[in-house]
Design a binder for this molecule. Structure first.
Ligand SMILES: [Zn+2]
Length: 254
């Protein structure tokens, strides 16, 4: 097993820890860009908790990106193309149905790791009308520093190609507006996606998003939540000492 795949397995197990309440049963998936042409992604039907190398497949990127440019593919065509893109012996495990959005985000956003989970605290908000408030506002400085000045918000779509296409549209809007990839993508009535350079960054974004969700829910219970002013959000996000702290967290030492 390569060191890279080992790091992905460790990240997936960490996100799958039951005490964190990020996923249950077979929910959630992770991926890692391996090189120019390929990525590793969780296989369909595996739980994240205690996963090992047999729970991952290596997939060629180009056919998966081709699927998104040819959205007329039927579900069975989509499955056939996805299965044919798997590197290794045929008849092995199938990539997750969400492999298409992993391929697209690794490519479009230029990140190395992706962690997709369905945390209860996050979904309590994303299954309500407060999704936009949670996605577009920040309530405390570390939320802005770790999760970015705002999140991309994606309306509900059928998991698979339809979802990958809406996420692509929202990721492109974010890149065009802010000149950098989102760190946190929120999927209405579904869950969250953390994008990062290291496993530590994925874990930090997920944990901070869950903390922010709990704070938002608590604020709603006690009255009307307040928010950081927009200029304060950008100020703290761009402060040199916060950029330094962010780099230490991303490297996993802080
Ligand atoms: Zn999902």
């Amino acid at each position: 097993m390569t060191k890279a795949l080992e790091s992905l397995i460790e990240l997936t197990r960490a996100l799958g820890e039951p005490r964190l309440d990020y996923v249950i049963v077979g929910e959630g998936n992770t991926s890692l860009r391996l090189d120019e042409d390929s990525f590793a992604v969780k296989a369909s039907g595996h739980g994240m908790q205690g996963i090992d190398a047999s729970g991952f497949v290596t997939v060629r990127l180009a056919p998966m990106l081709g699927l998104l440019d040819n959205p007329l593919a039927t579900l069975s065509e989509e499955k056939a193309i996805t299965q044919a893109a798997v590197i290794g012996e045929s008849g092995g495990p199938s990539p997750s149905v969400e492999a298409s959005f992993h391929a697209m985000l690794l490519h479009e956003c230029g990140v190395r790791y992706i962690g997709h989970t369905h945390p209860t605290a996050i979904n309590q908000i994303l299954c309500s009308e407060y999704g936009p408030d949670f996605a577009f506002q920040r309530r405390f400085p570390d939320e802005a520093v770790v999760c970015g000045p705002r999140s991309a918000l994606v309306p509900y779509a059928d998991p698979g190609l339809p979802l990958a296409l809406v996420i692509r549209e929202k990721a492109r809007d974010y890149l065009a507006a802010y000149g950098e990839a989102p760190k946190l993508i929120l999927l209405e009535n579904h869950g969250m996606i953390a994008l990062g350079e290291t496993p530590a960054e994925i874990l930090n974004i997920t944990a901070m998003a869950v903390k922010a969700a709990r704070i938002f829910l608590g604020a709603l219970m006690t009255g009307a939540p307040t928010r950081l002013p927009e200029d304060e959000v950008w100020h703290v996000y761009r402060r040199p000492d916060e950029i330094y702290r962010r780099k230490i967290f991303v490297d996993g030492d802080g």
